[in-house]
Design a protein around this ligand. Sequence first.
Ligand SMILES: [Zn+2]
Ligand SMILES: [Zn+2]
Length: 253
Amino acid sequence: MRFASLGSGSKGNATVVDCGSSRFLVDCGFSIRETERRLLRLELTPADIGAVLVTHEHTDHLRGVFPLAKKYNIPVIMTAGTSKAAKAPSVPLTLIDSHSPFVFGDVTITPVSVPHDAREPVQYIFSCRGLRLGVLTDIGSITPHVVDEYSGCDGLLLECNHDLQMLQNGPYPMALKQRISSPWGHLSNDQSLALLESIDLQRMQHLVVGHVSLQNNALEIVKGLMQEVDSKLPSVHYACQEEGFGWLELKAS
Ligand SMILES: [Zn+2]
Ligand SMILES: [Zn+2]
């Protein structure tokens, strides 16, 4: 199993998950042209994508989903709430139950409902050949359900959105500051660290920090915080808005 990102942050997100004979895009927050350009960096074209899984309807996750699905006839998978909020057009669409795992090819995909200010948001965990990869961004607070589900992953893309002090002292309007820091907003660095301290990291091969705010966070702060857990982690990577990150491979033990 391997994974990579076309870009991560409030201007656009798309994660590529490659497992067994199946390849998925989790979200597509970029235009078709930009998606094609970014896929090429991973030596892929849209024709290589078996399905697009959508986490929620915010533009930084949805922008390119339907245009890409239409142009290349790629199936789209999302919750009913997300499809309503996203006003899904006529594309090949599969609606999922936000609490029921489903199988696609040789991969079991577990949607995990998360508190975020969207209609029916989920994040995803991919299980294939004994390996588990979690994607967890756009979540305002850590729930016991999230701790249970994300324990024991071999790979994890985790949001470290903001430094609370930078957000509070930063340039955003008060309403937006409150939205981001609310229990239905985004994880602060401290919340992400608390999650890492409460889940089982024994199997973790690659942790990727993502959805880092360009305005309200600084990589040095995140890197400093990660030192508190990095003795438990073999490798920590940082996804960025423009480059995302290149292929990371998870190996069966
Ligand atoms: Zn987002
Ligand atoms: Zn969002």
